[in-house]
Design a protein around this ligand. Structure first.
Ligand SMILES: CC(C)(COP(=O)(O)OP(=O)(O)OC[C@H]1O[C@@H](n2cnc3c(N)ncnc32)[C@H](O)[C@@H]1OP(=O)(O)O)[C@@H](O)C(=O)NCCC(=O)NCCS
Length: 150
């Protein structure tokens, strides 16, 4: 996809954003998270979600949940047509800023073992593997990763 990356904005996700993508969560965002789960996430005082947009169109989102100084990265999803263009990196960079602003010390996540691009992205931002959950997903194991922020 050819687009002007300097036009991409990152903002805190709100209910209007969620409603905008409700119809395309299944096809364009892998049906990774349902509308209802995301609605619950956005309603939680413990959750922070970021959304990437270009010309008002949502092209990715990512979020974490935190309690005190521990967080769990819940998801990061880029619109199918905009993958491998740096949006994942941009979202992660901004997630890191939000984590640091909240003085989070440790972040956890789970990722499917075959999800090589996501694992590559997480490692790039300092996550390291701490465990494996066999058959955690329908067709795959889960790698457990952790990040320590000083
Ligand atoms: C994982 C995901 C969020 C990455 O988003 P993205 O916008 O494609 O990421 P980027 O373009 O910033 O690329 C991230 C890195 O992966 C590499 N990469 C991504 N897609 C690639 C591809 N198809 N071929 C080769 N490398 C690829 C990039 O080169 C980049 O590496 P670099 O930072 O060392 O240059 C995206 O693939 C996605 O939405 N996947 C489906 C949802 C998912 O699995 N989320 C993770 C849940 S745990």
């Amino acid at each position: 996809m050819d687009f002007d990356k300097s036009k991409v904005t990152i903002t805190i996700m709100d209910f209007n954003d969620l409603n905008q993508i409700s119809d395309c969560l299944q096809n364009e965002f892998d049906n990774f998270w349902t509308y209802d789960i995301l609605k619950e996430e956005l309603s939680s005082e413990h959750s922070t979600y970021l959304v990437a947009k270009i010309d008002g169109q949502i092209i990715g989102f990512a979020g974490f949940k935190n309690i005190f100084n521990e967080a769990e990265l819940m998801n990061i999803i880029v619109h199918k047509s905009f993958r491998n263009c740096g949006i994942g990196n941009l979202l992660m960079k901004n997630i890191m800023l939000e984590l640091k602003a909240r003085k989070i010390a440790t972040v956890h996540l789970e990722v499917a073992k075959n999800n090589i691009y996501a694992i590559h992205l997480y490692k790039k931002f300092g996550f390291y593997e701490v465990g494996l959950r066999k058959n955690y997903y329908k067709n795959d194991d889960a790698i457990l990763m952790e990040l320590t922020i000083n």
